[in-house]
Design a protein around this ligand. Sequence first.
Ligand SMILES: [Zn+2]
Length: 310
Amino acid sequence: MPSERSAPGAPKTVNDAHCHFLSSRFYEALGREKYGPDAGIPGERVARELGWDPAGTAEALAERWIAELDRHRVSRAGLIASVPGDEESVAAAVARYPTRFVGFFALNATAPDARERARRAFADMGLRCVCLFSAMHGYRLDDERVAALFEIAAAHGGAVFAHCGYLSIEARAKLGLRSTYDVRFGDPLALAATAASFPTVPVIVPHFGSGFFREALMAAESCANIHFDTSSSNNWIKFVPGLTLTDVFQRALAVAGPDRLIFGTDSSFFPRGWRKVIHGAQQAILDELGVEPKTAEKMFSGNFERLFGA
Ligand SMILES: [Zn+2]
């Protein structure tokens, strides 16, 4: 098979820090929300309603992801269990491919069992990063319940992913589910107030703060453990007149520096699979900015390895 050509400065290894592992349980949870808790709608039907491929078992989905990563020569991926309570699915994928997958899990910090779940995920299930969606679950990122999760992450060498800024979830929108997100809860400066007390815990803010870019930059300036993931099409830039994604990379490199940008795609469903187009667009931006190959290597793989080395 002829090898694909890549730009001269393009790094050989790519790790993707932001992929959603949309398991059957994820679809079932959406089905319960749409059709009622007792409707017993199978995940498969919900996936088909979305026009997406059903997940099958967690093991089958893990195989599909591996084939997809291999096809695109992606070395490792952070897989996010994208609905609270779905830690087992990603744990099964990680157990099958521990050198390829890093387990992330969504958790509602206000749930009564949040601490116990976090402890179990880090200590017993081999997961590495707790994911907070405070705008969805309605709490502040400087809440003591968030600090408690940081403490647990610190005790287990784990990381914290905190979605800040504008939030939209494609599956929910397509299913017509009501999504009442209070974006004010996604304040990077509130996150910084907590993160500052846990300097050993790597913190990942996806999509450069998803609209709270200025605040995310200030948070990163004041907290050396705050990182940005570069994932998705970053169409939040529409909220800032004149801002381009090239500007965003340039400014993020200037403030957070090359050690704190982590490449991600925000890939999720099949058959779309891995979002190669995101990788191409970001490589082109780095080329346009004339960043050194060493910087590109850090962003596309090295920083992920530093945070999530075996
Ligand atoms: Zn995402």
